[in-house]
Design a binder for this molecule. Structure first.
Ligand code: ATP
Ligand code: MG
Length: 749
């Protein structure tokens, strides 16, 4: 018999408690431990251990992470530890896992397997339509509130009928209408064969409840389930986990109640606190050592979180030396705050061994980033902003994606309405109303169009435009069924729908910008096609897989590691990550803690947890900054220092020596920033160096070309030939771009 200690498995990389959590593979296990104590590491090693030591086949494992990025990193590490078998382990977010399950089985619930996934803006649009139809004034019942309540209900697995029952108890006079809006919203989604994000969870749960044979097939397969960041699971996720692990009970969850920060999205902290009640035989492991942060950073963060009442007391010792004290800085206004951050970054790069990618700036709300970005632009500091207007939320990208969705799912009214007049086809509101009216009898949008054209209800230019659209959709579906590769197919969509032509005809800067974004979409398609995918699949399935993937990317997933730039993001996005140097900006009352938490003790504790999450991301240096007055949303206001400053211990935190203004609770000290030491000077960080040219000689990368917008650039790669060739060019002014020969107007220099 093999004993784990004598094998090659690198158990020595783990401390004793981590080893226990990794090797105790059978039965339920809870790892409840503080930040940076190696919880994610435990999950990763446990997967590798199951594969390598317990000879569990990869398909018997499911690991759930919080973002696709985290899933990707975990997979890489598992492959590093256990070899290529790790590739086949199902590591995914909850939502991606549910999509995969639903695509296979959702037809059993009467929903097309080509269902569209509606994102937040799609849902909001439907809710607005519903409320308008109900003649409800947005001041009485704002769409945002309705959408929040529906989402909360779905995350709690509450259907409209149940909501109505609960409403009778609560006696909210608006409840009837909210329930009605929920019903109508559901009806519309079903009519479009669409599911929203919350439905992905809800329908998976329902599928398992109503179709035990489907659940059984997954139970037969999945013997081991692992969940990271368990403190932020909502009720629906919790129930799905329970369903899947009921038979084998080999469920390993890891989390930290002090880092639960998604209550507003339905996360239920009792899931982790009650784990031992649900699984009385559970083994509970705690990890008491923090490997991430230096002593002062950890001391400050631990003291802060100890002020929360609703928590499990945890011991967390720093493995690393004390390091520098946490530095607090009060600026005059938000611009000076940005200036301080920028200057500190440049100084640390010059005198210490840091580069741009080592820095992160966190803030409470997205609107705070503007002032920081302005300074970074001025001081030439490269940065990546996580959040803001997402690539996939841009109009032209959404239009083309809607078109792709409609091609796949002809019942998708939402997507149809989005593209019926984009590009402009002379189809106004009156014509659309007629099409909608024709669609009431359960027709698809295209059938409805045919019917209004036939009856002559729509005439003239609109009829012409609708006819063109029908023809284009027909032709594109045929192309798809003939097996046109996805990259060519997307180009055909841009052409046949007249979308690209219309933008080119506009010839404005904005239109050119949109065309560039569409090129970028083609680059996304290309990246997608270059990932390995198991087996040969049809063009239709490839398109479906592509749409799934882009529906589920979150902002954080686009954070590229290789780029050397400072990362800017909200505190909520920072969960699970780590950076050598962290700036937490806007440490002011009403920002952190947020004003909505004032007077709400439960919310205030969540804000403190958020602050704790931010602080514990830092490995070497942590700066807490505030502005004495701040312009937000166009208005200047004087601010008060965050109450969280007074929760911090004097032995770990000090006032930055350049601070002119005092901060209550923070001790003044003369020595603060490390004295400049002889370090490596990072030269050339400002200048972009093109990536080395790969590719074959006959394709002639290395040529100089001129682009109407980006100026002169260097060809890096050429794929294909003729007008459809895809050319990758590096422009000093615009970065790397992937262009299509026939649209790019490139001139050889
Ligand atoms: P969070 O609560 O922020 O999600 P976590 O508990 O998941 O943190 P990890 O991210 O797994 O912690 O680990 C934090 C850091 O400590 C990582 O850089 C990890 O590689 C390192 N680490 C964890 N355990 C050990 C160990 N036994 N020896 C050396 N380094 C370790
Ligand atoms: Mg973690």
């Amino acid at each position: 018999m093999k004993t784990p200690g004598r094998t090659l498995f690198p158990l020595k990389d783990l401390n004793r408690n981590q080893q226990e959590a990794v090797t105790q593979t059978e039965g339920p296990l809870l790892v409840l431990a503080g930040a940076g104590s190696g919880k994610t590491r435990v999950i990763t090693y446990r997967i590798a251990y199951l594969l390598q030591e317990k000879k569990v086949p990869p398909y018997a494992l499911l690991a759930v992470t919080f973002t696709n990025k985290a899933a990707g990193e975990m997979r890489e590490r598992v492959i590093g530890l256990a070899g290529k078998e790790g590739r086949a382990v199902w590591i995914s977010t909850f939502h991606s896992a549910c999509v995969r399950i639903l695509r296979q089985h959702v037809e059993k619930l009467g929903i097309s397997r080509h269902f569209s996934i509606f994102d937040e803006s799609d849902s909001t649009r439907v809710i607005k339509e519903v409320l308008a139809e109900m003649n409800i004034d947005a001041r009485i019942l704002p769409p945002r509130r309705v959408s929040y309540l529906i989402s909360r209900a779905k995350n709690a697995l509450v259907e409209p009928d149940l909501m109505a029952e609960q409403g009778e108890v609560s006696r909210d006079h608006l409840m009837d209408r909210i329930v009605q809006a929920y019903r109508m919203y559901e009806e519309r989604l079903r009519r479009s064969q669409a599911l929203d994000f919350d439905d992905l969870l809800f329908f998976t749960w329902r599928l398992f409840e109503e179709r035990p044979e489907v659940l059984r097939s997954y139970e037969d397969l999945l013997h081991y389930i692992l969940v990271d960041e368990y403190q932020d699971t909502n009720h629906a996720q919790y129930q799905i986990i329970r369903q899947l692990s009921a038979r084998h009970r080999n469920l390993c969850v890891v989390g930290d109640d002090d880092q639960s920060i998604y209550r507003w999205r339905g996360a239920d902290i009792t899931n982790i606190l009650d784990f031992e009640k649900d699984f009385p035989e559970a083994i509970v492991v705690t990890l008491g050592e923090n490997y991430r942060s230096t002593g002062h950073i950890l001391g400050a963060a631990s003291c802060l979180i100890s002020k929360n009442k609703g928590r499990k007391e945890k011991e967390l010792l720093a493995v690393r030396p004390d390091g520098q004290k946490v530095s607090a800085y009060a600026a005059m206004d938000e611009r000076e705050e940005g200036g301080f951050i920028a200057a500190s970054i440049l100084q640390l790069i010059r005198h210490e061994n840091f580069s741009y990618r080592d820095f992160a700036v966190f803030y409470r709300i997205n609107a705070q980033s503007r002032a920081i970005e302005d300074t970074f632009l001025k001081m030439n500091i490269p940065y990546t902003i996580v959040g803001g207007v997402r690539f996939y939320d841009r109009k032209e990208i959404k239009d083309i994606i809607s078109c792709l969705r409609l091609i796949l799912n002809p019942a998708d009214w939402g997507s149809f309405e989005r593209i019926v007049n984009a590009p402009a086809r002379g189809v106004g509101k009156a014509s659309l109303d007629k099409i909608r009216a024709a669609g009431i009898e359960g027709l698809t949008p295209e059938e409805a169009v045919q019917s209004v054209l036939k009856s002559g209800a729509v005439k003239g230019k609109a009829a012409q435009g609708l006819g063109d659209l029908l023809e284009a959709l027909l032709m594109l579906r045929e192309k798809l069924s003939l097996g046109t590769p996805l990259d060519e197919f997307v180009v055909a969509v841009l052409d046949e729908t007249g979308y690209l032509g219309a933008l080119q005809a506009q010839a404005t800067d904005e239109a050119r910008n949109r065309i560039e974004n569409l090129h970028e979409l083609l680059a996304v398609v290309d990246d997608f096609l270059s990932d390995d995918r198991p087996g040969e699949i049809s063009a239709t399935e490839t398109l479906a897989a592509f749409l799934d993937q882009i529906s589920l990317v979150s902002d954080i997933d686009n954070l590229k590691e290789e780029g050397s730039s400072v990362t800017l993001m909200t505190l909520h996005m920072a969960k699970g990550l780590e950076f050598p140097v962290v700036f937490m900006s806007g440490m002011e009352e009403d920002l952190l803690p947020h004003y909505r938490a004032q007077g709400e003790p439960v919310e205030m504790e969540e804000e403190r947890r958020l602050c704790y999450v931010g602080m514990t991301r830092a490995r070497e240096l942590l700066f807490l900054t505030m502005a004495r007055r701040r312009r937000l949303f166009g208005q200047y206001d004087n601010t008060l220092p965050s109450r969280f400053f007074t929760d911090l211990p004097a032995e770990n935190v000090e006032l930055h020596r350049e601070t002119v203004y005092p901060i209550p609770g923070i001790t003044d000290s003369l020595a603060s920033l490390p004295m400049p030491s002889e370090g490596k000077v990072a030269i050339g960080e400002f200048t972009y160096v093109p990536e080395p040219v790969e590719g074959e000689d006959r394709l002639r990368p290395g040529m100089q070309v001129r682009h109407p917008m980006f100026g002169v650039g260097q060809v890096m790669a050429v794929e294909g030939t003729g007008p459809d060739a895809r050319i990758t060019v590096y422009f000093p002014r615009g970065g790397k771009k992937k262009l299509i020969a026939k649209y790019a107007n490139l001139q050889v220099v």
